[in-house]
Design a protein around this ligand. Sequence first.
Ligand code: ADP
Ligand code: MG
Length: 702
Amino acid sequence: MSGLFDDIQFLPGVGPKRADLLKTELHIFTIYDLINFIPFRYIDRSKFYTIAEVAPAQAAVQIRGKFLSKQTSGIGAKAHLKALFTDGTGRIELTWFKGIKWVDSSIKLGVEYVVFGKVADFHGILSMTHPEIEEFSKFNSRPQQDFIGVYPATEKTRKANLNGKIMRTIMESAFAKLGQNAIIETLPFYILNEFQLPNLETTLRSLHMPADLNQVSKAQFRIKFEELFWVQLSLAIRKQNNNRTVKGFQFFRNNDNILPTFYKQKLPFPLTNAQIRVMSDIRRDVESGKHMNRLIQGDVGSGKTLVAMLAMLMAIDNGYQACLMAPTEILAQQHAKSLQELLDGLPVNVALLTGSTTKKNRAEIADGLQNGTINIIVGTHALLEDTVHFQNIGLCVIDEQHRFGVAQRAKLWTKNSSQPHVLVMTATPIPRTLAMTLYGDLDVSIIDELPPGRKPIRTAKLRNSQRQKMYELMREQIAQGRQVYIVYPLIQESERLDFKNLEEGYATITHAFPEPRYKTVIVHGKMKPAEKNLAMQKFASGEAQIMVATTVIEVGVNVPNATVMVIESAERFGLSQLHQLRGRVGRGADLSFCILMAGDKLSKDGDARLSAMVETTDGFQLAEMDMKLRGPGDIEGTQQSGLPISFKLANLARDGQILTLARNAAFYIAEKDPTLSLSENAILKKGLQERSKQNVSWREIS
Ligand code: ADP
Ligand code: MG
């Protein structure tokens, strides 16, 4: 009998060469790795379709027939191989863009093949891209199992002919060697029972050697559930720990304080219902004596700054200081300015600390923070420097949180004897399932309502040939005294190219608007802060009407007089980024416009994103679409999280229901047994420890 962690090399059918390939290409080192290498789909080998009956967009189908012709054309990235395939009922075109040489050499004309893939229909011409092909005689020579797993492969494994058939043989020999009961269960019996999950051994056998699809789906469900469950359990335990071990500063109300005075005398407009709701969430937290760890999600322009300020006043009324940390200098400046304006005439001292604060100023701020004369400090990362010490900080507000690393945030708390309350604000709406994972240990409040009177932004997508239309709109708006942003994408691979893009854009605009009454400024990330400030200032004051910029303006810039946002090569941006950019306009009372300039090569996905932007202005809806289009791993700002959001089988875009089940189970367990000390939970404690060893960053989240 062999053990789970034996080297795969010694499995029958593997040997040193294949072992090497399995290790380097597929990261399979041991038998354990092997049996956890799961098919990503299954083929029904019991059915053949005829070309005449296959309809496009139907799941992948299997067809038996012969190649009529094949031809390679194009070179470099454009190279492709086209082959014509027939089964007597019709013809279908098969295309390969990768592995062309290998495919070309393995296709024999006139010999019978089985091809497998998804059929597309382009103006009546049926086609398959990158189908699997196998000679029929080979296909027919093995024992028939109706449902067969398809394993992930790489070009090298394909070239080495480490095909599905061989993978299946290796799997079978692994299970044969392991024998019964070698696979140790990882979930407690009561969970298996509660959710009707097959045990791990049955699960893995069903995934690799299914009798039918029902077995497969039960097994997939168990794997997905378990993947999501471990993340949720670690979040749930962390939250329980936080509740039990961190005592929060308790805030009280007093009618003579600054906050009630502000409400009575200074509040510039009635709060929206959503703002009121979030304020009462915050109040409940800070008055409870527990430590607040709350996320406020609210779309751009939903009025988060005001909420943050009201919360900060609660801290000040109770004798504490508060801080507001923003990811960019521009944002920090704007926050400081709007707080100072809002609090004008009230005894609240607001200071600003950023990278460009002078030495002398810095020393004063350091004093003011230490002796308590500064009540609110607004700043950037500069707040995290070791020279910053507070007298008694009671609340930290972090704006646009995904731009701060987790470790950086943790640094703020260590600046106090006990942890201040934490309010995290994000204007990047993220899908519900992603929020449950990324912020699963925070309490979440949502501002899902914009202040009244906002006119929805009109969005249009234009092709290059329609550029004149965009210029017309710009002229018209500028003539009415409005201002325009023109944003260029960053192309990560080449800073030089980015700059060239931007410079060319700037040149085009000054060419299109040559009259001296038009002033254009340029802003990009590589500018010195002073230069950047000057350009921003010119735009903010209205001296310049046009700003040509890279995405540095994405976050938080507030110029209510700007009514046009032009986004060049808009298809290069993700949906949430487009949404953020669009949020820069429509901040005043005037009707605003967002023009998405599409490049000439617009992919289907790119087009879908732009259409979504035209259809809706709801950030949460766009976030859901973004995740469906791009998958959870590509959603803005999630990569730094350190949390596993891509799983082997579970998919946050599709498995919301399973996530909810797993989350409820995990939170229920953590509440009943926060230290996982009950004997039935010993297995969970061990599992969690093993997982946190593999993924250290899990523990570092606030
Ligand atoms: P966010 O930070 O959520 O993007 P802001 O806090 O910058 O949004 O608010 C956007 C604008 O809306 C600001 O000009 C602010 O003064 C205004 N605002 C905030 N709350 C209200 C409200 N309840 N009624 C009217 N205007 C509001
Ligand atoms: Mg804001």
